[in-house]
Design a protein around this ligand. Structure first.
Ligand code: ZN
Length: 234
């Protein structure tokens, strides 16, 4: 009996050690029993509104942040507030910037007579990463999609036309995505710009149809830039 009691006592002591070794497990079971706190619920709800993040991912991120160091969380919080406070669209090219005009538009060493038109700021970042393009950009902020109600007035098209006129642009390279809508947008722009006597080219067709620029490798983009073809006036 003594041996048994000793055995039980040993087992019970063993349990105490086990639980103290796994505070996260005890903590997690307490959360499951008691539900989330108001602050957790709020964070999970807000994270869950982000694109591509469902409730489970939102919960995973919230728990990660709960365990992260105060410094890591405050760095994330200040990155979020800086984003809204400092980042805006360049008044000339509509790329994202913290200064206006953006560093690309303000760079006197770049060729301001050549404008590469893209759909999104991410496309500028991708093309810049090739290090091969020395002209400037114009970001449409989307592409024509009549079925979704996105016409020329919803995009930065008039500002492109005005810019080409005002700055004597000699070549416009159309770098809209190789999708149905991207091609349609390129065709529309080539017709508008062609009438103005400006050279209009389209990034070469090594680009996979249906893809988007930001997913392409530098090598494919470099080929597309080098092999751009002039678009026939419509
Ligand atoms: Zn700019």
């Amino acid at each position: 009996m003594i041996g048994t009691c000793g055995g039980v006592g040993g087992l019970s002591r063993g349990f105490g050690v086990d639980l103290s070794l796994f505070p996260a497990v005890r903590y997690h079971s307490a959360m499951v029993q008691g539900g989330y706190t108001a602050a957790m619920d709020r964070l999970v709800e807000r994270l869950g509104r982000l694109p591509g993040i469902g409730k489970r991912s939102a919960e995973r991120i919230a728990f990660y942040l709960l365990k992260a160091s105060p410094q890591e969380v405050s760095e994330l919080a200040s990155a979020l507030s800086d984003l809204k406070r400092n980042v805006r669209h360049c008044s000339q090219c509509f790329n994202l910037t913290e200064t206006d005009p953006c560093p690309i538009c303000a760079d006197g060493r770049r060729d301001h007579k050549t404008v590469l038109v893209v759909e999104q700021p991410a496309d500028v970042a991708t093309l810049e990463s090739t290090g091969l393009y020395r002209g400037v950009y114009h970001v449409l902020m989307g592409c024509l999609a009549p079925l979704e109600g996105i016409g020329p007035g919803e995009l930065n098209i008039e500002s492109l036309i005005e810019r080409v006129e005002r700055e004597g642009v000699t070549e416009v390279i159309l770098g809209t995505n190789p999708t149905l809508e991207g091609d349609g947008t390129a065709l529309y722009l080539s017709q508008r710009l062609g009438k103005m006597g400006v050279k209009v080219s389209r990034l070469a067709r090594g680009l996979p149809t249906g893809g988007s620029l930001e997913r392409l490798s530098k090598a494919v983009l470099a080929d597309a830039l080098a092999g751009r073809r002039e678009m026939a006036e419509g």
